[in-house]
Write a protein that binds this ligand. Structure first.
Ligand code: F6P
Length: 567
């Protein structure tokens, strides 16, 4: 395939299109009877088991998807990524988040230079700094140890670290290491978020970590100034040096802000924001909370999946298989959404990180998956005749079962990722219960995929003597695809593995669709319009200028807001 040609013009794409008709004649109820098929659709790597036998696919579908991967040069694109080539062509950058978790002796070259030593230089600096803070040898302006951390950042400078923090919070070893410490995240520019985050904190014992790749993001910089004011009004301006540090690629702006460059932790433009949790963006706040050695385990888990992604044959390659099946669901079966359903409360921030959409900021709705693959043109700028990306959302089970699962069972068809964990972080055994609490949770994890796949027929209902007028209401069509991911436990290592699986799956989808999954031009327009509004609000409030330069609707809304909020 020529580089500017679209994947949809290839024979492999057309074969899959034609194949849909065949798949439409099947039902998962029948497909699940073929033991050989099901056995081939289970893949295991480093303790993780993936079962994709509940996808609406046959072994022939898989063969055709591998042909598609070949036509899209997926293997070559993976290698180019690991080789540090500038695959983010619109920003002329390599995409090297895999280097962030590479072992110390690895060699990953970018522009003729091995980047691994500088990665480890920063990791060593984080280890040293976090140990000094945690041991109390680094103290605040009044001589007190800093036991609480507020990480200020948004988007990728927030959601990844929040996901990992939430996942580690109840892990036995990590929670022991975090005893007496707090990690909070300030993301939204909404002043309520500031108020909630500083409630109960003492500036004397608080360290603020400002996390921003660019150090220009409006929300983060306003929140950083607000926290600087909070520190200096309580402890004096000189306290900032002891109570504020930064993570950024823009060390010049960090210094201009008033943070000592010695207390800045660098990363590089080859780390995309949404792929930055393994850089100082995540490693610094998480090391302050849990200690560096726990975070190192997380990095090792991610690195293990990186190696698997690079070297495993596609038939056994978890991110490749998941990525190809997602392309199948979106582009051929026409399912526009995907539900991420971890049966683990510790993974409650996985879906927000992958979508990423949890915060009350619509811009943030477009993250790891959605910011990466929500594109309208190919990498060469050609408008696409097919949709890319999917609408990701999710909630931990069983909570989700009592909110949106109704739609998944009897309404729209939404492919689901069910994520279960063999060993709970916090097992509870009540002596009078039939099963322990974790078994109860996992009973639902095992049941839901079959409920979706098999459904329930009118005949079955009639046999159960369901009154005739309720039969149609109680019928489940079934044939609804899902995949099951079974993790051995939720250790820091497993959390790293899970993160890397999702990151690489997104890349595979983008590689097949022929888009640039590593830029995010779509978030710019809203940001520049907000600048125009900000100027208007300032001019109206300070100089009484009337609202001009907007359409009728926006003008009316802004005018109303100004009038109603005037002192
Ligand atoms: O949402 C757009 C975005 O540019 C993300 O890609 C990024 O993670 C986020 O804003 C925050 O940017 P920064 O880390 O530069 O503050």
């Amino acid at each position: 395939m020529a580089s500017s040609a679209l994947i949809s013009d290839t024979q492999s794409w057309k074969d899959l299109r034609a194949h849909v008709e065949e798949i439409n004649k099947t039902h998962l109820r029948d497909l699940l009877n073929h033991t050989d098929r099901c056995q081939s659709m289970m893949v295991e790597f480093d303790g993780i088991l993936i079962d994709y036998s509940r996808q609406r696919a046959t072994l022939d579908t898989l063969k055709k998807l591998f042909n598609l991967a070949e036509a899209a040069h997926v293997k070559e694109k993976i290698i180019r990524m690991f080789n540090g080539e500038h695959i983010n062509s619109t920003e002329n950058r390599p995409v090297l988040h895999v280097a962030l978790r590479a072992p110390r002796d690895a060699v990953i070259n970018s522009d003729g230079k091995n980047v691994v030593p500088e990665v480890w230089h920063v990791l060593d600096k984080i280890r040293d700094f976090s140990e000094r803070v945690r041991s109390g040898s680094w103290v605040g302006a009044t001589g007190k140890a800093l036991k609480d951390v507020v990480a200020v950042g948004i988007g990728g400078s927030f959601l990844g670290p929040l996901f990992v923090h939430t996942a580690l919070q109840t892990e036995a070893e990590a929670s022991e290491c975090a005893r007496g410490r707090q990690l909070r995240f300030l993301a939204n520019v909404d002043p309520i978020d500031v108020a909630r985050n500083i409630t109960g904190l003492n500036p004397e014992t608080t360290l603020v970590v400002v996390v921003s790749k660019t150090f220009t993001t409006a929300e983060t910089m306003l929140n950083a100034r607000t926290m600087r004011e909070w520190i200096s009004s309580a402890l004096g301006p000189q306290a900032v040096a002891k109570h504020m540090v930064a993570v950024s690629t823009n060390l010049k702006l960090v210094e201009q802000f008033g943070i000592d460059p010695n207390n800045a932790f660098a990363f590089w433009d080859w780390v995309g924001g949404r792929f930055s949790v393994c850089s100082a963006v995540g490693v610094l706040p998480l090391s302050l909370q849990y200690g560096f050695s726990i975070v190192e385990k997380f990095l090792k888990g991610a690195s293990s999946v990186d190696q698997h992604f690079l070297s495993a044959p596609f038939e056994k390659n978890i991110p490749v298989l998941l990525g190809l099946l997602s392309v199948w669901n979106v582009s051929f079966l026409g399912y526009p959404a995907r539900a991420i359903l971890p049966y683990s409360q510790a993974l409650e921030k996985l879906a927000p990180h992958i979508q990423q959409a949890c915060y009350s900021n619509l811009l943030a709705c477009l993250y790891v998956s959605m910011e990466s693959n929500g594109k309208g043109v190919s990498i060469d700028g050609v408008p696409l005749p097919y949709q890319t990306g999917e609408i990701d959302f999710g909630e931990p089970g069983t909570n989700g079962q009592h909110s949106f699962y109704q739609l998944i069972h009897q309404g729209r068809v939404i492919p689901c990722d069910f994520i279960g964990v063999v060993k709970s972080q916090q097992p509870i055994y009540l002596k009078d219960e039939v099963v322990n609490n974790h078994d109860e949770l996992m009973s639902n994890f095992f049941a839901q995929p079959d409920a979706l796949a098999y459904g329930k027929t009118p005949e079955q209902l009639q046999k159960e003597n369901i009154p005739e007028h309720l039969v149609s209401h109680k019928t489940f069509s079934g044939n609804r695809p899902s995949l099951s991911i079974l993790l051995p436990s939720l250790s820091a290592y497993n959390i790293g593995q899970l993160l890397a699986i999702y990151e690489h799956r997104v890349a595979v989808q983008g590689f097949v669709w022929g888009i640039n999954s590593f830029d995010q031009w779509g978030v710019e327009l809203g940001k520049s319009l907000a600048t125009q509004v900000r100027k208007q609000l300032h001019a109206s409030r300070k100089k009484g200028e009337s609202v001009e330069g907007f359409n009728f609707s926006t003008k009316m809304l802004i005018t109303r807001y100004l009038e109603a909020s005037a002192d």
